[in-house]
Design a protein around this ligand. Sequence first.
Ligand SMILES: [Fe+2]
Ligand SMILES: [Fe+2]
Length: 196
Amino acid sequence: MATKTTENNTTSSSAEKKMQVDNANVNEKEMKDAPLHKFFVDALKDIYYAEHKLVDALQTMHDAATTEELKDAFEDHQLQTKKHISRLDKVFKLIDETPEQKKCEAMDGLIKEGEEIIKSTEEGTMTRDAALIIAAQKVEHYEIASYGGLAQLAITMGHDKAADLLEKILQEEEDTDYNLTEIAETSINFDAEQED
Ligand SMILES: [Fe+2]
Ligand SMILES: [Fe+2]
């Protein structure tokens, strides 16, 4: 009796396995067709594009800045930004999607604003540094909103590993934003106010 049960189990378990695989394929296809999944992938492509653009933009801001502390902050964040790109590569892989960039109008606009600031302020001034900090913080806030939302969506959809990676990036964006505020408030804003 016991043997028979085992045999039955063995037979049914291989059939079950096949069914499970079939179900998994159906589920995977259903998951990929779900509107929320499509939106999630689209939003990932948007921020993936933004991060690529930022590598160059942070270099431009670094070169335009005067204060050593601010230059260092831009340089450090440029390195982090490259890490964000490779973490996003992993996120795409985890959800079985191809990493692709999708033009992000918002980031293009924010970067353009940064370039305008460089054009309209004088080299070597604290006014330019103060303005560059605000431009950089606008970028960070865009990223914070994006990663905050994406991490929550990943949790909701059961992509726990992807959510962990997105939260790691989010934390670094928040730290950068905080650090930039510190740099502005310690000296740059006061020195800028003295300039004529
Ligand atoms: Fe980033
Ligand atoms: Fe950032």
